[in-house]
Structure formats: C-alpha cells, structure tokens
Design a protein around this ligand. Structure first.
Ligand code: GDP
Length: 529
C-alpha cells in the first residue's frame, strides 16, 4: 500500500460500539446498520438471540451460542465514503468484563436509549467506562413507533444523569400511533415515517422547510402550528452541535427514530461518517502512537475461547493502533519478547470470518492463540512499547470456588490463574484464609469458568456463596500507611490473579466507611495490566 493510500484508508475508518441497557434495541439497530452497510440483504437474517438462548450452562450450547456471537463480534462494512468497524458489546446474561474492555478499543460509541424508559442502569455504567478515555458519543432515542416520554424530558434526563450536553439533530413529530417522522434541525427538512417497512431500506419522502405546503398532507393546521412552536422552543432551549465538544465527550448529537421500523438509523450513520473521529492515538508507557504512523502496532482487548467447537481455538482480538497488517508479516509480541510470523489472522468483513489480507489502523483482527496471548498484550514491528488503558474492572459478582476432588487443588489454581490472565474471570485469594474467590462482571462468566476448568484442566469445581459484594484495588504512595492499613483490615484483603492487593468488601457501606477511615489509601475500580 502506498503512503497516500494508507493515509486515505485510515481516514475512512470509523470504529465504534453500541452501548445500551438490555432490550433498548441494540440487536435490532445492529441489524439495520448492517442492512444500510449492505452487509445483509434483508433484516431478519442475523441470527436471533431470543431470551431462551441466554444463560445456558450447558457447554455445547454455550459454544453454539458463542459461535453465533463471534461472527457478530466485529462487523466491518462500507457506508458512503467510510469503512465502519462495529464492535459488539455483549449485553444480556453474556454481559462481562469483555463488554467494558471492548469500549477501550473503539473511537466513538452509539448510545441507544429506549424512548419509553429513558436512561437505565446499564447505560450509566457503560457511560462511566467510556469516560476512562474521552469517547465521543452519538445518541439514538429508539422505539418512536411506541408512545415515548416527553422528548425534552428525555434530553434533560440524559444531561443530568449522564453528565453530557445534548444537541438534538433530529426532532420527533409525534410518537406511537401518531408518529409522523422527524424534523432535521440542521437540514430544515422533514423525513416521513412509513410503518411496516422495517426490513428494507425505505424510499423515504422528505419535505423541505416548515412552510412547505406539502406538510398539509400529514398535519392539520393546529398540529402544524404546534409543531412550529415546539421546534422554536427546542431550538431556543437546546445546545447547538459543536464538533469540539463532541470530540471531547462533553456533548452528544441526538437522533430519534425506530430501529424496528428502520427509521432514523441512516441519520445516525450519516452522523458517524460526518462527525465521528477516524482512528485515534493511544498512549503507551513510552510515547503516544498515532494511527498514521506507518509502523504497525496494536493491543489485545479480548480473548474468546472455543469459538469453533471443531478447532477449540482461542482468538485474541487485536485493535490495530498504527500501520498496516499484511498476511505473513512478522510482529513482535512485546511482553514475551518474541517475534512471530502471522499468516492466518482473521478479519470480519461483512460479518464473516475471512482470512485478512490487509488491515490498517482502526481495524480489528483476530489472532489464533494457543495460550501465549493475554489481555492487554502489545504487538509491534520491533519497538518495545506497552499500550496502557486496557484495564481490569472491579467485579460486581463473587463466588467461592471449591473442588469436588480436593486432590486437584494445584490444577484448579493453575486453571484459575490462566483463565484470569486471559480475562475470562478474576481470581482473589484472601490473605487470611485459603479460599479461592472468583469475581465476575456478568453472571455467565461463572458458568464459562466451570465448563472450561472441566474441559481444559480436567477439574470438577463448584461454587458456594461468599460474603463479598464489591472489590477495589488498593494503593498508597506511603508504604508505612499501606502497611498499617494492611494490618488493620487484613480480614478484608486479598491478592488478585496478578498478586495485586485488593480490598474485598462485604457491603458498599463497609467500603465507603473504610475509604473514609483511610484517606491516604487509594481505592481503584480499575487496574492496568
Ligand atoms: P437489545 O437487548 O438491546 O439487543 O434489544 P433488541 O434489539 O433485542 O430489542 C428488544 C426488543 O425490543 C425486541 O422485541 C425488539 O423487537 C424490540 N424493539 C427494538 N427496536 C424497536 C422499535 O424501534 N420499536 C419497537 N416497538 N420495538 C423495538
């Protein structure tokens, strides 16, 4: 690839993920995005993820399910002049630390909100994670084909609860049975909604200008006057879109529509191609790496095991930060100091796993992994770099793990340490007893661990409840104070899989009190690898 076409290719990339609360419409919107990207021919072809497919503990079933989810793990497709990389963020019972960590690998996010419900719990958490890096957010208020809450009130709620300014780009005309379409505030144009055409790319009719006589076909005089008043109010009271504030994660453009009706999704995609950033720089311990740097570099943010039951391989998902990957190239696995030749990375063009010939900064590739790759690993073309900002996240669910056959304690520990290095789960060993405590962000992770311990390490393990409800990594500059802290609260301290000191609290109240009592100790919700 010539230098100029390399730069053009990089500038085309838009790498983003969708954040939302379960059932807000992420899967539906993903499908419609793929439809617009011509990655599928008609909606309804992406495999369904009905509720009965979630939270299965049967290993084969889980593999099948993971087989489905991996093809949608990363989806690459063209849209207008852009090449979009959409990264899936597991959302229901398959919610896990991967969901959080995927957000470290994108350059922007689409936040989907159910217009009938407003800001929900999971969205709050995910927004918190996007703030570890300043991630620009585009917002879609979904389900306008149903009665939604007052749009102004929804924007206020987003602003107050998520601490981000809203700049409406489109504004809904009615909702539910009375949903007529949206008014585009920037283009001064009304796009009309037609129900029942959600499985296709619709021929939409647009009406230019609020004084256009054609509007009489859809709104009577009073409705039209009300709409004009409302829009005047909206434009007077809301923020204008500002690219700089958007890039700083302080302001989000807001669109309205219905994913099911495939209405408004194209507006959102236009927003991404126009405003969302091309591949962004990343920091390493050594220096900042920019996407236009011709030397290849990347980091691993997710490892997925057993995607194909016939091969039992693990795929390490790598975000390319700079340069070009080409098949057969050599790259340095910095942590272990070895140079390896990569001939069979996978890419995700149009939702299929294919052999990647070439990929550039902003793209995701999958490396076959036989246990030597860990979350957070850096690969380069020779330089010793270590990317930062790919942390572990404090788990929210804890269980004690125990063997059926006590003689296999060593195997169990080995398995747990390896699985925690891989990012499948986190392990905590209390300082004062011999318990092994497994911590997870999503409940399915527990089942995955027991199933993998059995199939890969041949140990039979079971869980018991444990009185831990939250964990924080603890640090202090002052060794004496840390020592004192360690002596006083040793009953609540544990070492994680990487031997880092962790405070494991029985309740949030206990954690808050301890934090107050020891102001010189830093309690962190994330830990860098
Ligand atoms: P996810 O859990 O966020 O992936 O949500 P899904 O895409 O699976 O959607 C959850 C439910 O909401 C499904 O029954 C969808 O058919 C429905 N849904 C999604 N978008 C819309 C919409 O625009 N209007 C209506 N009425 N239902 C929708």
């Amino acid at each position: 690839m010539s230098a100029s076409s390399f730069l053009q290719e990089v500038a085309k990339r838009r790498t983003f993920a969708i954040i939302s609360h379960p059932d807000a419409g992420k899967t539906t919107i993903t499908e419609k995005v793929l439809l617009h990207g011509h990655a599928i021919q008609s909606a309804g072809t992406v495999k369904g993820r009905g509720s009965n497919q979630h939270a299965k503990s049967d290993w084969m079933e889980m593999e099948k399910e993971r087989g489905i989810s991996v093809t949608t793990s990363v989806m690459q497709f063209p849209y207008h002049d852009c090449l979009i990389n959409l990264l899936d963020t597991p959302g229901h019972e398959d919610f896990s630390e991967d969901t959080y960590r995927t957000l470290t690998a994108v350059d922007s996010c689409l936040m989907v909100i159910d217009g009938g419900k407003g800001v929900e719990d999971r969205t709050r958490k995910l927004m918190e994670v996007t703030r570890l890096r300043t991630t620009p957010i585009i917002t879609f208020i979904n389900k306008l084909d149903r009665d939604i809450r007052d749009p102004m009130e929804l924007l206020d709620e987003v602003e107050d609860e998520l601490n981000i300014m809203c700049a409406p780009i489109t504004w809904p005309i009615g909702s539910g049975k009375w949903f007529k379409g949206v008014y585009h505030l920037k283009n001064d144009e009304i796009t009309l909604y037609q129900p029942g055409l959600g499985h296709t790319i619709q021929e939409v009719r647009t009406i230019k200008g609020l004084d256009n006589p054609e509007l009489a076909e859809i709104l009577d005089e009073k409705e039209l006057a009300d709409l004009r008043d409302e829009l005047e109010l909206v434009m007077g009271a809301s923020n204008e879109f500002d690219q700089e504030l958007f890039l700083a994660g302080e302001l989000t453009p807001v669109y309205f529509g219905t994913a099911l009706g495939n209405f408004g999704v194209d507006h959102v995609l236009d927003g991404f191609s126009q405003w969302a950033p091309a591949p962004q720089p990343r920091t390493t311990h050594e220096r900042e790496v920019v996407a236009s740097d011709e030397k290849f570099s990347g980091f691993v943010f997710k490892i997925q095991a057993n995607m194909d039951p016939r091969h039992r391989d693990r795929i390490a998902f790598m975000r390319i930060v700079s340069g070009t990957y080409s098949q057969g190239m050599k790259m340095k696995h910095v942590r272990i100091g070895k140079t390896i030749s990569i001939s069979d990375a996978v890419t995700f063009m149009a939702g299929d796993r294919e052999r990647a010939e070439e990929a550039v900064a902003g793209d995701i590739i999958g490396l076959h992994n036989h246990g030597t790759i860990q979350i957070g690993d850096t690969f380069t073309q020779g330089e010793d770099l270590k990317f930062s900002g790919i942390p572990n996240f404090a788990p929210e669910l804890f269980r004690r793990i125990r063997l059926r056959d006590p003689l296999k304690q060593k195997q169990l520990l080995k398995g747990l340490v390896q699985l925690s290095e891989e990012g499948a789960v986190q392990l905590f060993r209390p300082l004062e007893n011999n318990d092994l405590i497994v911590g997870a962000v999503g409940v399915l992770q527990f089942d995955v661990v027991v199933a993998r311990l059995k199939s890969e390490y041949n140990v039979d393990a079971i869980y018991e409840s444990v009185n831990v409800s939250t964990a924080r990594w603890v640090y202090s500059e002052d060794a004496k104070k840390l020592d004192d802290f360690q002596r006083k609260v040793s009953l609540n301290l544990a070492l994680d899989g990487g031997d880092n000191l962790t405070y494991i609290a029985p309740t949030m109240v206990n954690l808050n009190l301890t934090q107050e009592r020891y102001p010189d100790i830093e309690f962190s919700k994330t830990r860098e690898h």
